[in-house]
Design a protein around this ligand. Sequence first.
Ligand SMILES: C[S@@+](CC[C@H](N)C(=O)[O-])C[C@H]1O[C@@H](n2cnc3c(N)ncnc32)[C@H](O)[C@@H]1O
Length: 483
Amino acid sequence: MKSRARRLARHSIDTTGHFQLMNILVPNNVHRDQPQLSNVDVQLLERLNQRDADPDFWSSRQRDRSDSGHRFFQYPAMMVPVVQRRLIKELIGVQSGVASIYDPFMGSGTTLVSGMHFGLSVYGTDINPLAVLISQVRTAKVIDGDVGRKLEKVVKRASADGSFVIETDIPNIDKWFKPEVAVELSRLRRAIRSIDASWARKFFWVALAETVRLAGNDRTSTYKLHVRPADEIARRDISPIVMFQSIGEGNIASLTAFREALRDANTVTGQGSYVADSRVRLLDVRGDLKERWMGKTPFDLVMTSPPYGDNHTTVTYGQHSYLPLAWIDFEDIDREADQGALSTTHEIDSRSLGGRGTLSQQDTDRLFDTSPSLKVFVESLSTASTKARNRLFRFYHDFSQSISQIAGVLRRDGYMIWTVGNRNVTGRQVPTDEILKEMLEGVRCAHVVTLSRQIHHKRMPTRNATSATMREEKILIVRKSRD
Ligand SMILES: C[S@@+](CC[C@H](N)C(=O)[O-])C[C@H]1O[C@@H](n2cnc3c(N)ncnc32)[C@H](O)[C@@H]1O
């Protein structure tokens, strides 16, 4: 069976001539105890390999920016909805009984909204409260049909508000917001609080988050907090209330289109309710996932894109979310959301994978046993600073812990689909996909295939010494072979 799968893959690469664009890697170095590819794996490979109307599909530039509420907030490193949908479609086309999907590192919820097009029960977790809020809004079982009128009400109320009381206690507020901007943001915050319906309030918090991102003095060209030059700040003339209204209207239009698409796919009822379950929570994936997802597991499919390294040196999801979160009521996000997350601008990043902690020699040895590729890579870093090395260990230690938790909540024979990029450390590329593959094999998952796609749109840091902009990403597909 395995050799047949290899032949299929080679055939596709040779005849399409798009080796760089759709490169399918079938396992060559099969572990001694790794099971053969199953019938379902081979069927999946065939479907992924289909030469359809668009041979460049996986790397296509055609992206709808409003697809499934994709641009509610400029969250870093978002996956592409159309690509995730295609993967789900092919997968459920070959494997029966797939009713649920879980994204442990859901970010802004791309996996979940993609799963909703197929009527799957969708579950997601993230350690960043802002990611949780955005995903909650996008994956609501029922959306408020009256949200347009409520938006008018919020804007009217904020515009009529004559108060100059500032509604955030963020340190150095004058650095991050012009006084008149802080006053209008405060008026918006008070107006949003006056809305009774909780989903509508969440919807407005998301629009406010994007307003804060665009109206504040932080540069939008990087994810790290960097204040704009003083002359540029002085020239800017922005009304957050006007901006909020326009963002809110755009989000309503995008959400309406998404729900219409779900209606066309028969995954929302006549009354507008999503046909399956949807649940998003603030959770650290290193914790006990079985306990936290009691009654919902095992999940049938895992689809995710994890961080590629510790946030401090790769993508600072937390810093990027810091200013917006400072204007949002945490009790509207999740019971577990705590203000301590904003104790410093880098607290969320420190709480994320690889963000803090020290490893013993035993931990490092165990990591090297799990991933020979990691060992080879670290040993090749002769000139690397101890700091960079320790960061790498810390990240992969946490990553490995998460992987065993995630494998523990997946059903036997269930698939996992991981999208990863290969980042650089001290000028050398970390073989992220190989390390991930070995770690997954260590939790009884058989590698089925690795797709490779070019990135055109993914927003990654452009000025970061340890993480070059990624031009290619890999999609690893594995199947859990045993419990
Ligand atoms: C690559 S992003 C996901 C982006 C997402 N695929 C999308 O389309 O928006 C990785 C996510 O992992 C989250 N994360 C990092 N450490 C985590 C942890 N320990 N537990 C849960 N989530 C974590 C980050 O907050 C970030 O949102």
